[in-house]
Ligand binder design. Sequence first.
Ligand code: MG
Length: 185
Amino acid sequence: MKQLDSFNSKNASRVYAMKEALENKYPHIDWRTEQSNPDSSGELNVSLFVPFPQYKEAELIYQDFKSNKFNCGSSVFDSLIEEVIAFRDERNWKQFHNPKDLALSLSLEASELLENFQWKTSEQAIKENMDNLKDELADVVIYALLLSDALDINMETAIKEKIRKNRSKYPVEKSFGISKKYTDL
Ligand SMILES: [Mg+2]
């Protein structure tokens, strides 16, 4: 076997999800993962292997897979996603977390967030409902992270990409101090 890549074991669940996706799409290749023994600093790694004769083809597939299509690389959200997923899996709730219901739940939580502002000014809502605002905002982000995981979207890459698109939609020289939509600029 020959190693294609190696990951910190904190990302283990994403590595296994990636292996599963690779197996589904390229079943003729014998994708294998293996967890290493702890090194001197106690770090564990998960490595992705393929048989020697399949290495050349697998490497091309893997590079393409990693960089273009599936965005499986690590992100600043990884440890939070791990924690949210652990909470979900301890309760056997994955079966309910299909993308449609996650998107629906995200929207419901956004409405719960909004409810804190109803019939109040921003200042009144913040003064009276700060604890609730914090909880509901956290619920929105938790569902966003679960949905990103279900859809295999790397949120760090996606957010950076969207900011790049927004920059070109709203150039500073046209939009500075103006709240109009980009189509009306
Ligand atoms: Mg809530």
